[in-house]
Write a new protein. Structure first.
Length: 284
């Protein structure tokens, strides 16, 4: 509240707006292009999901993932969260290092409710749960954001910040995702998400990974939908070029026909009407 009026910040611009009246179309459009039309926070450009799910991994004696993982003759490179960060290749693939996942974004969508959740209560619940249930140092929880109906939790842990004995954010994210989906790894100890003594059900949970080095996916890894969009754009561009060329050729023929008509009239007093749009000449 500022001078008795509620003030908000417009997503995407950070400009203060009056919540009691309509926001300008310009600021609304700017907010809509930030991530999605629901105004959700835009994901980092290098953030990617786990599209492979469960597999039988190769582990170091320390428990860490080996940088190179294989399934028969098919191999790929993973990050410290064990998530594939390259295309799949044959057994000759080289993975020079195990790239660290420095930022994990957990996004949950709760079921439809008659009223939104209390943002402060929600933040306290998830912060307390992550620090006590999964024993993660609170300094690695950098944000708990509520954008009804989406809840976004940010976990950040650079290799230089992680102290010996600290729980890894990749392990926390795995336990947490299983808990939220009702597949708890803890024996007979599932997680009940309750905000202000009211249980919360989730429709969807997605985990995004941001590595210290960007992933190395090629066009082969693009989703069919994105590939279809690219194909349509390419076809549209080619079609536009073809239309432009044909139009220029047609214009050239018209000009040529007009010149021929004028020459014939000047020499013989005759006109060949090859182009209906060519002006008629009076023969004297």
């Amino acid at each position: 509240m500022v001078s008795g009026q509620c003030r908000c910040e417009a997503i995407g611009s950070g400009i203060a707006v009056d919540c009691n009246t309509l926001t300008s179309k310009c600021l609304l459009m700017k907010a809509e292009v930030m991530g999605s039309k629901s105004g959700r926070r835009e994901k980092p450009k290098d953030a990617f999901e786990d599209t492979d799910g469960l597999y039988d991994p190769e582990c170091e004696n320390s428990g860490a993932f080996k940088a190179k993982q294989c399934n028969g003759t098919t191999c790929w490179c993973v990050n410290t969260a064990g998530v594939r960060r390259t295309d799949k290749h044959d057994a000759d693939l080289k993975c020079n290092q195990l790239v660290r996942t420095r930022w994990i974004i957990i996004e949950m969508k709760h079921a439809e409710r008659s009223a939104p959740l209390n943002a402060e209560s929600l933040k306290k619940f998830f912060t307390d749960t992550i620090t006590s249930r999964y024993q993660l140092d609170g300094r690695y929880i950098t944000g708990v954001l509520y954008e009804n109906p989406y809840i976004t939790i940010d976990l950040k842990q650079n290799s230089s910040e992680k102290s010996f004995g600290d729980v890894d954010i990749a392990d926390v994210a795995y336990y947490f995702e299983k808990d939220v989906k009702g597949q708890s790894i803890f024996h007979n100890n599932g997680l009940n998400v309750s905000i202000d003594n009211e249980p919360v059900k989730f429709e969807r949970t997605v985990v995004y990974y941001v590595d210290e080095i960007p992933p190395e996916f090629s066009m082969k890894s693009l989703t069919p939908g994105l590939i279809a969009v690219i194909v349509v754009v390419v076809i549209a561009v080619v079609a536009a070029i073809v239309v432009l060329v044909l139009t220029r050729r047609r214009k050239g023929k018209y000009v040529k026909a007009e010149v021929i008509n004028f020459c014939l009239w000047y020499m013989y007093g005759e006109e060949v009407d090859q182009n209906p749009e060519t002006p008629k000449f009076a023969v004297g």
